[in-house]
Design a protein around this ligand. Sequence first.
Ligand SMILES: Cc1ncc(COP(=O)(O)O)c(C=O)c1O
Length: 411
Amino acid sequence: MLDPAKLRADFPILTRRIHDKPLTYLDSAATAQKPSAMLEAMDHFYRNHYGSVRRGIYTLSEEATGMYEAARETVAEFIGADSSEEIVFTKNATEAINLVAYSWGRSNLRKGDAIVLTEMEHHANLIPWYILAKEKGLELRFAKVTDGGRLDMMDFEKKLKGAKLVCVTHVSNVLGTINPVAEITKLAHEAGAKVLVDGAQAAPNLPLDMCELEADWYVFSGHKLYGPTGIGVLRTHAPVYEAMQPFLSGGEMINEVGLGDVTFAEPPATFEAGTMPAAEAIGLAVAIDYLNKLGMDSVREHEQAVTEYALEKLSAIEGVKIYGSKKAEDRVGLVSFTVDGIHPHDLASLLDQDGVAIRSGHHCAQPLHQKLGVPATARASFSVFTTTDDIDRLATSIKAAQKTFSEPVKA
Ligand SMILES: Cc1ncc(COP(=O)(O)O)c(C=O)c1O
């Protein structure tokens, strides 16, 4: 089991004080803090190896190209892809989903075709499909979420009949629910539908194996995985590539260009137009190396233990309502909750006074909040450095906020 207290030394930002209190960072599901190794690797690259990727035959350009391609290998191995050619670097998960909507959806879906989404999707996995549906006259179906916070598989199977595409999150960013992705892809493929999986909340928390999940597209963001902003991943593979048209176009995604005609480079280059985010890809690879050293099984084990502790501590506070399953094994390291009589934004701002950083709002999942019957929730999310002391500080701070709200306002 990893030692979170020891790992804190790897994250320089944790020495920050907020309102003269030690920082208790509980917003890793929004974005993860960065280990020194990652910061140093990006700095080292810019100071020693920086050059234009794939655009030069001088030493620095070749070094930069080599490091960028090595980063692709690291990502492929981390998620159990068959080869680095299956990895397309994007800006983030959002861009990767948009890429699929435009490059596959636009040319393969026709008027009347159905897409199955779920009620627990992040807006990133809704809006690109809403736009495409409007443009092409597609039908959108939404598989239900049960009262216990799980995907209703009976409803999913019903909605799947005749559908061409399934877009589903691996893990809910509000409920923490882990969806049975391997089962979903199997059912979808049997029904003749392709599957896009949004792995933004899964990649930082769960060991991943693309061969086991068998999604046609799997996407995630680097910044939630202890890597930098500006880098995301789309994993797909040869048979699917063949049916995909270019998305962004311009330099580096071509084979040959004449006046008025073009042939395209082979994937993944087809989908990486323009100057590559080399430092970001290298930073992501080092963040992955960091996680590999800890071992994703240990990361999962640790987050489950912290989640169990948090569920116990928060449920013991009167007036706190927790959303989603009460069992840690059903979820990743995040807990959304409300506190009677305190708006989540007020709660988050009071907690900030104690140095406790949590997220509040609809977490880019408004349809799910409508289903839950609340406009907003508060969310505490955990990482490799989260300790039980952090959870104790969260609980103490919530109780102090309740006290503040129960006191009469002085004239
Ligand atoms: C489940 C899920 N999908 C997609 C995204 C979008 O990630 P990004 O903003 O990095 O593109 C998020 C971010 O919060 C998320 O939680």
